[in-house]
Design a protein around this ligand. Structure first.
Ligand SMILES: Cc1ncc(COP(=O)(O)O)c(C=O)c1O
Length: 498
């Protein structure tokens, strides 16, 4: 393990507010002249205490901050269920084109035909790639689209007079946002246990289906990286009792060009284009969650929808059955443009190859990791797989958390841990298709050496990470008592975040 440089745990970077000194920001302005000699009075803010910093100080400040974190551009990022693949720079070049970047959201449709064409083409392409009748590009993330889809289901059932449908079925492998979205939408959640092969069984789901079934939310491949082989039968059973099938598309990177949610029997779905279509994400950053529907639900899609009349495209708000907009303005447009750029760059064959390589890479790592860690579902996976540190914990007291922290010292982002909940001491590894064999081999070697250390000298891992700016934090306090606000103190001086 690398020795930490002595200054790696510094006292922190001061806040930009603490760096400011009165008058420093105004060095391009003529001495003594008031600000409204340079900017119109209505755009000046008296009540917003922005810090006075020179441009150089600002550049240094944010560059320093960027060096204290980890991202896909720095190293391997096998964060399961997040598809942290390389984001081609050409996507950013395309959205930086002034005609896109400077377009005002209130530009009349006839002057925004290029941008509308981006949205229209993306919507049509996603519909054909995933077998849906139509998509709305409106929601800003996967969870946001889940909520939108459940609002659609609610409205659909209400209009049919089926108001007793209040149950949403969610397998126990599902991401927490699935039951959370259902609860937020006023449904009660039935958690469905997976079988010993990590799948939803047809007999098991039949036990909970009935006239109160509203929606069954499924991820396929599921979060164990396993394909739900009985999906067609499950969908038929849900439809038989009048329920709707919802596809959580977080794992779409595994299926492109091989199968489509529409063909599996799903009525509603979301995509996380920030995962599958190479859009920078992480740290809760801006996302994009297109929401797709089958033909019988298109009228309910969030507004606006881009429609085509002759050769003119327009934003259609006049949709009486729509659940309405899910966010301000039309969509996270820059992300839509990035997603389309990625689609065009790959084409249908290229996207199929993306999925094939994502699955190949995951299986390559899975087989190697199985030599030194348990892999509870020992069969070919799709784009990700789960390993477990439960024996290491039992025999040496080393947990999945310790392995994950130790990986940071080797220059890798940790895999997702403790999810899905049904795997004790779970590590969920998703390598993605953009990594080379050398990177995958080096990662496996690092994990192997950490596991060897765990058996030989477990104590050595408990303090990891040693080389990062921040070591182990009190996770309970961080989750329960986050204090992320800066406030000026009574004297007007800055107050540090505790
Ligand atoms: C399986 C699964 N479903 C849903 C989501 C929610 O997506 P988002 O983070 O875009 O809201 C995630 C996020 O990681 C996920 O992994």
């Amino acid at each position: 393990m690398p020795t930490p440089p002595s200054d790696s745990r510094d006292a922190g970077v001061p806040l930009i507010f603490e760096l400011g000194r009165r008058g420093r920001a105004n060095r391009y302005l003529e001495e003594g002249k008031p600000l409204d000699a340079f900017l119109p009075r209505p755009v000046l803010r008296d009540e917003l205490p922005l810090p006075d910093n020179s441009e150089l100080d600002v550049v240094r400040h944010y560059t320093k901050l960027s060096q204290r974190t980890f991202g896909i551009d720095l190293g391997f990022y096998p964060l399961g269920s997040c598809t942290m693949k390389y984001n081609p720079r050409v996507n950013d070049a395309i959205v930086a084109v002034p005609a896109f970047a400077q377009l005002h959201p209130f530009t009349p449709d006839d002057l925004a035909q290029g941008a509308l064409m981006v949205m229209y083409e993306l919507e049509r392409s996603l519909s054909s790639l995933f077998g849906m009748a139509a998509f709305s590009l409106n929601p800003s993330a996967g969870a946001h689209a889940e909520l939108g889809a459940l609002l659609i289901a609610k409205k659909y059932f209400k209009e049919r007079g089926e108001t007793l449908r209040d149950k949403v079925i969610v397998p126990d492998t599902a991401h927490g946002t699935n039951p959370a979205s259902a609860a937020m939408c006023g449904f009660s959640v039935i958690s469905l246990p997976s079988d010993e092969r990590g799948r939803v069984g047809v007999a098991e789901i039949r036990k909970v289906l009935g006239p109160d079934t509203a929606v069954c939310m499924m991820t396929n491949p599921n979060t164990l990286g396993l394909f739900e082989e009985s999906i067609a039968e499950i969908a038929a059973a849900v439809h038989e009792v009048g329920g709707l099938m919802y596809y959580d598309g977080a794992n779409a990177n595994a299926i492109m060009g091989y199968t489509r949610p529409g063909d599996m029997g799903f009525d509603l779905m979301h995509l996380n284009t920030h995962k599958t279509f190479t859009i920078p994400h992480g740290g809760g950053g801006a996302g994009h969650g297109p929401l797709g529907v089958a033909a019988h639900l298109t009228e309910y899609l969030p507004t606006p929808v881009v429609t085509r009349e002759d050769s003119m495209l327009r934003l259609d708000f006049d949709r009486p059955k729509s659940i309405g907009p899910m966010r301000s303005f039309w969509s996270n447009f820059a992300h839509a443009a990035r997603a389309l750029a990625y689609l065009y760059a790959n084409g249908a064959e290229g996207l199929k190859r993306v999925s094939a390589l994502a699955v190949l890479n995951a299986n390559y790592v899975r087989v190697k990791v199985a030599e030194f860690l348990e892999t509870p579902y020992a069969e070919p996976c799709r784009h990700e797989f789960v390993a477990s540190a439960q024996t290491l914990k039992r025999e040496h007291g080393v947990r999945a958390l310790d392995l994950a922290k130790a990986l940071l010292d080797h220059g890798y982002m940790a895999p997702t841990i403790y999810f899905p909940l049904i795997v004790p001491e779970c590590l969920m590894i998703e390598p993605t298709e953009t990594e080379s064999k050398e990177t995958l081999d080096a990662f496996v070697a690092a994990l192997r050496s950490i596991v060897e250390t765990a058996k030989r000298d477990p104590e050595a891992l408990f303090a990891a990470p040693l080389t990062t700016v921040v070591g182990r934090v009190d996770e309970t306090r961080a989750a329960r008592q986050p204090d992320l606000r800066w406030r000026p103190s009574a004297e007007g001086a800055a107050t540090r975040i505790p």
